[in-house]
Design a protein around this ligand. Structure first.
Ligand code: C2E
Ligand code: CA
Ligand code: CA
Length: 532
């Protein structure tokens, strides 16, 4: 209603856009992260199995060779010896050939006697105390994989290093084994050697260039399992839809919440709530003058709602809603704070000046207002006699409770006025029962003065009644000099209205007051001059 709707709507749209984009991008990210993690986990597992099996194949082969070496009863290179070597070669799934060395030369193999002179080379590294090891040894049969060679005592075995790992993966995963000496020992599904060696230096798993990979090490053997990024993307795509579905649900939910929230924010009540929370209320002061002299004796504090855009909202537009919803109390508190802030100095300087505060029905009933004033005004130099209270007839309906509050207010030094007198339910009886100080005649009656209307005859009666009850009278809405003269004639003491001054911001009111006082002195000085 008052809050810039366009701002609320713009904010809602912005939030909605974020509310849609955020869950969707979160869904895409989650789908991607899950795919990468699943793939990395799968590759890590393959790599760790490959490293373990490779190491195991070396130990396993060494154990067979050790057993063979221990059979001292076999005459070297006899038929029985060759047959035994062949048995070992056949039983060990990965063993291609078994050989027997003596004096540094190959004497015979599982195939039979050797014809070529083949010398034993020093080992590349040891795989255990007695296990000499070589890797990437070129095979005699061209086109076959490079071999790993293991020697224990006088026997050696040629191992196909791919055999232990070949069942680990389909051809979509490439597995490379790097030996403890840093050389590539085996490759299942070819990968660039340089890439393999680079990846071997990474730890665990990751995403590098075009590859997703997992790395594992076992007894110095490093295995790298590499999947292709396309594979990953395919997996990501297949998962994405499910995630997007959840993301879309979340988006719809968030947007619905935003819509609900904005609709709420656009309601007048919540606007008012926000205004109270943001302390958007300030006070204008309307002079109250002594009619006979025109001297300003005080001011009425009239609340204004200052919107963030700087515009001022008149109280008629929000006080009814504030009263209905209970927000009037915090608003009254802000009015009291404003008075304490705005007029503290002035009221301390001029003790005969007063400010009247409009009090809602609820506060008159409960008397809460008195404690609030005590807490907020008590800290200032302002005296209770300078704070007057105004309540409308509606606020005074419950005579017993109202009397109690008014009594208490007066005992503390405040004065209490009945506001808008004549507009509501008023009877002499009830005026008599309330311990009031002042009666404010509503501006609708003042408006009729000197006009030939039916209600114009009411004004003198109200004045007489107030006098009979010993109440001082303030006429509201005095707009013309004729009205003022009429009121003076009829013995009304005080007046308030545009004829004297409209409600104005504190600084302007203070300037007004000083001007008013100067005029008073000026009235006096010429008299003195003429005398002297
Ligand atoms: P009200 O208490 O009767 O206050 C006087 C109203 O008459 C003010 O309207 C004032 O601007 C207006 N007025 C003063 N002189 C003239 C005049 O010569 N001619 C005309 N036509 N109008 C004049 P405003 O400031 O718009 O306040 C409207 C009402 O809102 C007040 O009527 C009062 O009932 C309520 N109100 C204002 N401030 C507060 C507050 O702090 N608390 C509560 N509970 N109500 C407030
Ligand atoms: Ca008033
Ligand atoms: Ca009034």
């Amino acid at each position: 209603m008052y809050l810039k709707r366009s701002r609320v709507i713009a904010e809602a749209i912005l939030l909605a856009v974020v509310g849609v984009l955020l869950p969707l991008s979160a869904a895409i990210y989650a789908a991607w992260a899950l795919s990468v993690n699943t793939e990395k986990g799968r590759l890590e597992l393959v790599a760790s199995q490959a490293a373990a099996r490779t190491h195991l194949s070396i130990l396993n082969t060494a154990a067979r060779l050790r057993a063979l070496d221990d059979q001292k009863q076999l005459a070297p290179c006899s038929d029985a010896h060759v047959a035994e070597m062949r048995r070992v070669s056949i039983n060990g799934r990965m063993i291609e050939e078994v050989g027997y060395f003596n004096n540094g030369l190959l004497k015979c193999t599982s195939w039979g006697q050797t014809t070529k002179r083949i010398a034993k080379l020093p080992p590349e590294f040891m795989s255990g105390d007695d296990i000499e090891t070589w890797v990437a040894v070129p095979p005699l049969v061209s086109g076959a994989d490079p071999l790993t060679v293991v020697q224990v005592g006088k026997h050696n075995a040629l191992i196909d290093p791919v055999r232990p790992i070949d069942l680990l993966s389909d051809n979509r995963i490439r597995v490379t084994i790097v030996a403890p000496n840093g050389r590539v020992a085996a490759m299942l599904n070819d990968l660039d050697t340089q890439v393999a060696l680079t990846l071997a230096k990474q730890d665990k798993s990751g995403l590098k260039d075009d590859y997703v990979y997992g790395v594992a090490t076992n007894a110095g053997w490093t295995a790298i399992a590499v999947g292709h990024r396309e594979e990953l993307i395919a997996q990501f795509r297949s998962q994405l839809w499910i995630f997007l579905l959840f993301g879309a649900f979340a988006s719809v939910f968030i947007v619905a919440m935003i819509l609900r929230q904005s609709r709420k924010r656009l309601s007048p009540l919540s606007e008012l709530q926000i205004a109270v929370r943001n302390r958007e209320f300030l006070v204008h002061y309307q002079p109250i003058v002594e009619l006979a002299t025109g001297n300003c004796v005080g001011a009425e504090a009239l609340v204004r709602w200052k919107r963030p855009d700087g515009s001022l909202v008149r109280p008629d537009l929000f006080i009814p809603l504030a009263e209905q919803s209970g927000l009037i109390q915090p608003i009254t508190d802000q009015v009291i704070d404003a008075v304490a802030r705005d007029l503290n100095e002035l009221l301390v300087q001029y003790r005969s000046m007063h400010v009247t505060i409009n009090v809602c029905a609820e506060d008159i009933k409960s008397g809460r207002i008195l404690e609030t004033i005590a807490a907020r005004i008590g800290r200032t130099g302002i005296e209770n006699t300078q704070i007057w209270l105004e309540a409308t007839e509606r606020g005074l309906l419950d005579i017993e409770e109202a009397s109690r509050t008014i009594e208490e207010a007066r005992s503390r030094g405040h004065k209490v006025a009945i506001d808008d007198f004549g507009t509501g339910y008023s009877s002499l009886q009830y005026l008599q029962d309330l311990p009031l100080d002042t009666l404010k005649i509503d501006k609708s009656f003042i408006n009729t003065i000197n006009r030939q209307s039916a209600t114009s005859s009411v004004v003198p009666h109200i004045i007489d009644m107030a006098k009979a009850l010993n109440l001082s009278v303030v006429a509201e809405g005095v707009e013309t000099v004729e009205q003022a003269e009429y009121l003076i004639e009829h013995g009304v003491e005080y007046g308030q209205g545009w004829h004297y001054g409209k409600p104005m911001p504190a600084d302007i009111f203070i300037a007004y007051l000083y001007e008013n006082m100067k005029r008073r002195r000026a009235d006096v000085i010429p008299l003195r001059r003429s005398n002297g």
